[in-house]
Design a protein around this ligand. Structure first.
Ligand code: SAH
Length: 344
């Protein structure tokens, strides 16, 4: 039997075209898009202004269904929820919902697993199974809105996977979720995080998007970076920074550098000085993340005072820096840990 396509993969324009192909008026495509991408229905029965026979014909070709939510964990304070979703082909991905004073954020996955191999990260333990489609990324957002009953205003692609290793579907997802024909989430409230696929950063700069680009740096130089991030053997920090300068010039958007603090590896004071030197003159911001210790990994979190010192040194050297607020630590809401616990 031929695999059905996912109806959520189609934009309004594509739905209008589909309707014409099916011998219907194109405006039926607009109606269909409202149901699928604005009201976010997950069953054909919920669609009330299309005929039953048209819905039947659509259903023969296209899937329309929720991701199966197999586990939810809520933090003690109730401000963080972690969802484990099962895809139609029985893979598991995780998404995290966080309530902030300025609105709700979701952290979503872009791949099942990951092939980047960072040594501190839980998502990459079993390699890459497959990339997610735009429809499956949308489904994470739609389903979380339905399950929490609250609107989402911010999206970060910092769940499982390397977004730029799934470039086309990630771009498609961003365009669809920020479209006025969809949830209309401002691109300024969407962050894509990458371990630094330099060629893809150049491509991204050309897309004309207003998103925030976050780069996982985790080191002040190549030597230290290679200790934890295999990608550092493919692209040097110099190449990354060159690409970042190009990105800022093109998009006028500030880059965010992620720096997970690993005890004895990247948290020395002199390393903060070196990092500051590199960041000088670039429109950027450094986000220090206390490492989440992963049971299967040997890397340890830096001491709190080292993190504070590191921050201070960056500040003294004129760099914008924050320490990431930790949410949902009590529910494994970090970096692929929930899936691993579920599948163990
Ligand atoms: N592949 C993307 C998204 C990964 S997850 C990327 O590399 O940016 C988002 C961030 O969490 C990345 O900066 C990643 O390096 C970091 N991260 C992964 N595991 C972590 C851990 N155990 N503790 C702290 N940060 C971690």
């Amino acid at each position: 039997m031929m695999e059905k396509e996912d109806l959520r993969e189609l934009t309004e324009e594509e739905m209008c075209k589909l309707m014409e192909e099916m011998g219907e008026k194109p405006f039926r495509g607009k109606q269909l898009c409202q149901w699928v991408h604005q009201k976010c229905v997950s069953q054909y029965e919920e669609i009330t202004n299309l005929s039953q026979s048209l819905k039947d014909r659509l259903e023969e070709r296209f899937r329309l269904e929720n991701l199966d939510c197999v586990k939810v964990q809520t933090s003690v304070q109730g401000d963080t929820k972690k969802f484990l979703f099962e895809t139609f082909d029985h893979n598991h991905v995780e998404s995290v919902w966080m309530r902030y004073h300025h609105g709700n954020s979701v952290c979503i996955s872009s791949q099942v697993g990951c092939r980047m191999g960072c040594t501190f990260c839980a998502s990459t333990l079993y390699g890459l199974t497959r990339s997610l489609t735009a429809a499956e990324m949308l489904a994470q957002v739609y389903d979380i809105q339905r399950l929490t009953g609250e609107r989402v205003s911010n999206i970060i692609l910092m769940g499982m996977g390397e977004p730029l290793d799934n470039y086309n579907e990630v771009i498609r997802f961003i365009r669809m979720v920020s479209s006025s024909k969809g949830l209309n989430i401002s691109q300024r409230n969407i962050t894509v995080s990458t371990c630094g696929l330099v060629d893809k950063i150049y491509d991204l700069a050309e897309e004309g998007l207003q998103i925030t680009l976050a780069i996982s740096l985790h080191a002040p130089n190549d030597e230290i970076r290679r200790k934890t991030m295999p990608i550092a053997n493919r692209f040097s920090m110099e190449e990354i920074f060159e690409a970042c300068h190009g990105y800022v010039q093109k998009t006028k958007r500030r880059i965010s550098f992620e720096y997970s603090m690993i005890a004895g590896v990247n948290d020395g004071k002199e390393m903060a000085v070196e990092l500051a030197r590199r960041c000088k003159g670039l429109l950027c911001h450094v986000n220090l993340i206390p490492l989440n210790e992963v049971k299967e990994r040997t890397t340890k979190r830096s001491k709190e005072e080292n993190i504070k010192d590191f921050k201070l040194t960056l500040e003294k050297n004129g760099i914008n820096v924050t320490i990431r607020r930790e949410m949902g630590k009590d529910i494994d809401a970090a970096c692929g840990q929930l899936r691993n616990r579920y599948e163990a």
